[in-house]
Design a binder for this molecule. Sequence first.
Ligand code: GDP
Length: 456
Amino acid sequence: MPSELIAAIATGPVRAAIGTVRLSGPGAARCAGAVFRPADGRALEIHPPKTLVYGTVLDRTGKGVDMALAVWWPEGSGYTGEEAAELQCHGSPMALSLALEALFAHGARQAGPGEFTRRAFLNGKLDLTQAEAVMDLIDAETPQAVRQAAGQISGLLSHRVEEIYGGLVDVMAHFHAVLDYPDEDLDPFTGETVEKALEQAERALEALLATGGRGRLLNRGVPCAIVGRPNVGKSTLLNALAGCERAIVTDIPGTTRDTVEARCVLGETLLRLVDTAGVRETADPVERLGVERSRRAMEEAQLILVVADRCVGLTQEDMELCREAVGLAPTILVWNKCDLPAGDAPVPLEALPDAVEVSAKTGAGLEALGEKVDRLFPHGAKGEGEALLTNARQTEAAGRALTAVERAGSALKMGVTPDALLTDVEEALSALGELTGKTVREDVTDRIFSRFCVGK
Ligand code: GDP
């Protein structure tokens, strides 16, 4: 089925210096040309492709609504792989929507969420891991997440998976040749060669799966619990962190108690603060006794910040909390209120996990806290240039491939003839194909692209 001509405001309905309207599908250049009058009087499609042309954007009645740049791409050369065009206008939501309306009047229809990237995928311009990385890049909240997503768009993960896939395909191809042409003088695959190939795939898949945790933390944030006695400054710290520049605080109502998922960037690490409602409610006398609650938050966490009041000194209760935290996850003792004189209580140093002095009130020491957190989660330095599995879909598919390869490997060891392993190898290939999108089911791609924004 020939694809339809789609259009959308790619930059969203926000007031900004520039705004882009994007078009893809057969006739994109002609349609863009119908709502854009180049200053030199020649039609847009007569201009060379991939070249910016200056001119007037017209509304559906042919009246000028902006002075802008236009560009078009012939089939095969743009983002989607189809004929495409863009109008690079001023970022006026009204002017942009008039331009979009004019495009609709000339045969385009509104693009759905992720429809441009979906077409890029269907036309082989991007595989599924690359398409997902486009989404990750847009959503990235830390420099590390950006670098990781950019690497994945360039094909880092795809290449890694392709290598594993290629190794298994070689096994299959040789098997089939031996089975299909028994009279030819082909080297029958010895069990040993197959075993080696399977072991190689197994090791590579294990290494890839080991990156899954890191990839997820990078994009979703490290679940972090802020715990401590009442009045030590947990809420103040939370607000200081969540108030930081790139913070996103979302209220999620409708759960048994309204929970608040605060996300913030500390150092270069994205943190997802677990059960912050518990922290906020400590003013409530009932919640002051919420030991159970902070325990639960700590159990979910992969980073625990135990806040203690440096003016008071470390109490028995603080130490208990530290001890408990250290047993559950990497823990940092946040010695708060360092803007006030320190208390006299002696500090038993051996009870301290990694400690840092801060003032949640003035912000002093938060940078040092960030550095400590970065050191605990060094995915940035390692992550660059490395293929990581970054979401549950990828991890699940790689896990299935590994299970199938392991099954094949152990069957071989038990003396099953190599050809009986073909089913397992095929299953591994199919799982890897799903990972990159080679053999993915339509409902899965639907789900992936529906998470995109319109215009992407
Ligand atoms: P929570 O019960 O642990 O959440 O503690 P709060 O964040 O509500 O803080 C308790 C009190 O300590 C409040 O009056 C805060 O203003 C104060 N406080 C918190 N952090 C600091 C700090 O770094 N320096 C000073 N001087 N006061 C602080």
